[in-house]
Design a protein around this ligand. Sequence first.
Ligand code: HXC
Length: 284
Amino acid sequence: MSVSKSDYMSNVWADGIFADRVVFITGGAGTIGSAQTRALVHLGANACIIGRNTEKTEAAAKEIAKVRNGARVIGIGGVDVRNFEALKAAADRCVKELGAIDYVIAGAAGNFVAPISGLSPNAFKTVMDIDTIGTYNTIKATIPHLVASASRNPNPNPAGRTGGRFIAVSATFHYTGMPLQAHVSAAKAAIDSLVGSLALEYGPLGVAANCVAPGAIAGTEGMERLASNRIAKADLDRGVPSGRWGTVRDIADATVFLLSEAGNYVNGTTLVVDGAGWRRQGGL
Ligand code: HXC
């Protein structure tokens, strides 16, 4: 399937704003992650995408590299974010091959639809491990590189070059609670908290850490799973105030904003990109 620019970013960004920048992204071969990566690479960045499935990750890297002549995109498969050592090795390889890590996106996540009564302790723990511990491991493996990038790229600087920025892909379920998603809600709440602490501890070193919280994004694995469940679908059908589901492009644009010079003073917060959907969610 061919992908055109309008699928993954709007027309408002200037080419080259991320020239020579390097993004390290877990879940970068996923539906949202690949759109985020495409937008950044289109605008000049090189990228290192991390995934569990080697074939899928390497194929995605090749596809994403096509958005710009000369783009360097490496895919490192076989890396589970629950495994800190594997992530650290991937981060070190990224720096060795691409020269730096200027931006990190923690996008890897796990999800399934289940009521609390249908969750075994291990099921609950699995999602906490992938989402929360995985985000912590990603921070731990990359933070020295982000600090180095922040020190090379003071904020602001005359060239408008940004660095040392972290984004976690969160969610909005924990604002209200969410039936069939107790495990995900708990895991994402912890991610928001973790990112707040990261902003406080590392802000003085020039690192900025934020979350992007997508709402109902069309075409994602998560939404397909939710929409195929009768109770979850009833919740979705309550409607999004903005009148539509989101697109991966909506999330990629928010990501570009946060990593660009336009986001220079945004730190320790969550950019909710959901058409105000969370204000109607959570009922049964
Ligand atoms: C109840 C379930 C279950 C289900 C798995 N488990 N699926 N319990 N209902 N539908 C239980 C298992 O029985 C097991 O518990 C435990 O969870 C671990 O399962 P494994 O299959 O061994 O885990 P693993 O191989 O590590 O796979 C993790 C996974 C899987 C999360 C279960 O679905 C996965 O790898 N997903 C990655 C891709 C993904 O989920 N993408 C969507 C992200 S969307 P027991 O007790 O039997 O050992 C997203 C967005 C959220 O996160 C917001 C949406 C808007």
